[in-house]
Design a protein around this ligand. Structure first.
Ligand SMILES: [Zn+2]
Length: 312
């Protein structure tokens, strides 16, 4: 798409428990947004499409006819962007799903999509901290963990669009837990928002509770709870360990950390990150390498969807 100042695109961020549809301009300003909760419902592509359709109707009631020039979509699983296909969402079992074909049929405009983490990296490059950065890593620390690499000024996808699965790199070697992917001690099972909640309950001798997550642990840490602070420190240490591995391999300029845990609690993670970087980054590679919180806040994936549409 030849985006000019007046271009408007429809951005669709499909998450595991909610979806957002926003009208976004070329500068990355979200002009209006409609939010739909999917939690507790039978998660199918029909449910997603129906909710998108309802969200668009709500936007049109407020904004008049939307007439976007293109649609961008961020999706909760690995994608083949060239074919407009989401391969598989492991949490919900949906996929393969030809999302571009379905949405083009509904809205009669071009549709561009990618997994949410790649979309976040594209948004950070276009609207955020990395406008002048050619080599960086994006990391999402949320309920789960994921990553994306921007190298030589372009998103690096790998042979089968699976580059950046850093949530499944081992970071804990002494007492590793087993991730649902089959890998022991990886970032997702040891350092994600889910892991932060699980570990706090285990270390304070409380029964498992899937509704207890990083937000609850963060509240405890801010009230002075030492165990809560230590768990955040360790999660930061794992994040730093991953960033150090990436830096020693790729010689990046930045690692940008986003996702709910980082957006709200970067300060609680920071000491752990810094200690790991000090310990494991090759000395010459420390110069000019920084680890930063995303500039895009909690809406990175929605802005990512917009950026995907505006890139074309
Ligand atoms: Zn895993």
């Amino acid at each position: 798409m030849n985006s000019n100042k007046n271009s408007k695109v429809l951005a669709i961020d499909i998450g595991g428990s909610k979806l957002q549809v926003g009208l976004v301009d070329a500068a990355g300003t979200v002009l209006d947004v409609s939010l739909k909760m999917l939690r507790g419902q039978n998660y199918t592509k029909e449910l997603i499409l129906n909710n998108i359709s309802e969200a668009v109707k709500e936007l049109e009631q407020r904004q008049g006819l939307l007439q976007p020039e293109a649609i961008g979509v961020s999706l909760p699983g690995p994608c083949n962007p060239q074919r407009g296909l989401m391969l598989k969402n492991f949490a919900t079992g949906i996929g393969p799903w030809s999302f571009a074909e379905d949405l083009e049929r509904m809205f009669s405009v071009p549709v561009y999509g990618d997994n949410d983490v790649n979309a976040c990296a594209v948004a950070e490059k276009r609207f955020g901290n990395c406008k002048n950065t050619s080599h960086f890593m994006w990391m999402t620390v949320s309920t789960g963990c994921g990553g994306a690499f921007f190298l030589n000024g372009a998103l690096y996808r790998g042979a089968n669009n699976l580059a950046g699965e850093i949530g499944h790199i081992p970071v804990e070697f002494e007492h590793p837990a087993l991730c649902s992917c089959g890998i022991a001690g990886d970032m997702e099972i040891e350092g994600s928002g889910y892991a932060i909640g699980r570990k706090y309950l285990a270390e304070t001798d409380q029964p498992p509770d899937p509704t207890f997550g990083s937000k609850e642990v963060s509240e405890k840490a801010r009230e002075g709870d030492k165990i809560a602070s230590l768990i955040f420190y360790r999660s930061g240490f794992y994040i730093g360990r991953l960033c150090a591995m990436a830096q020693n391999m790729l010689n990046l300029q930045k690692a940008v950390i986003g996702g709910g845990v980082a957006v709200y609690d970067f300060d609680l993670l920071k000491d752990g990150i810094d200690d790991a970087i000090k310990q494991w980054v090759f000395p010459l590679s420390k110069e000019g390498f920084s680890i930063e919180k995303t500039a895009l806040g909690y809406n990175a994936a929605l802005l990512g969807a917009a950026a995907l549409a505006l890139e074309h």
